[in-house]
Design a binder for this molecule. Structure first.
Ligand SMILES: [Zn+2]
Length: 140
């Protein structure tokens, strides 16, 4: 498993600080959950509903086994200044392309929208999940 590390839930760690701020039973969007340790913690210990957006296929397949909802896609390396479709704040954004395998010959269709290039910034800026659900509807 790549990016494997022991999650440090200590209040001093960044993940611990994020975890401590999430109320039990919350609906949570986790952007780029990595190996899903925080995802597991939020679902298991905090009884949260967690939706994920991941850019790495292997990690997406792994984490989407236990997250409630999720999307897999690509981002471009080019960033522009604009509004993010997930957090609805102005920041450096990049085009997120959702990949869906729809045809029998293995072709992918892509639907995209702009999201924060820096997932940590995005996670910190999310204050209203309704934009995220709008984003999900748009790329579905
Ligand atoms: Zn954002």
């Amino acid at each position: 498993m790549k990016y494997d590390f022991e999650m440090d839930l200590d209040e001093q760690s960044s993940v611990g600080i994020i975890a401590a701020q999430i109320k039990p039973g919350s609906k949570v969007l986790e952007f780029r959950p990595g190996n899903g340790r925080l995802t597991k913690h939020l679902i298991g210990a905090k009884n949260c509903q967690v939706s994920i957006v991941e850019l790495d296929k292997e990690l997406f397949d792994f984490v989407s086994e236990f997250s409630q909802d999720g999307f897999y896609g690509d981002i471009s390396n080019q960033t522009v200044k604009g509004f993010c479709s997930i957090c609805n704040k102005e920041s450096r954004v990049t085009l997120f392309m959702r990949k869906t395998r729809t045809t029998s010959d293995g072709q992918y269709t892509k639907k995209g929208d702009y999201i924060c290039f820096d997932s940590t910034v995005c996670n910190q800026q999310i204050s209203d999940l309704s934009y995220f659900y709008h984003f999900l509807n748009k790329i579905q």
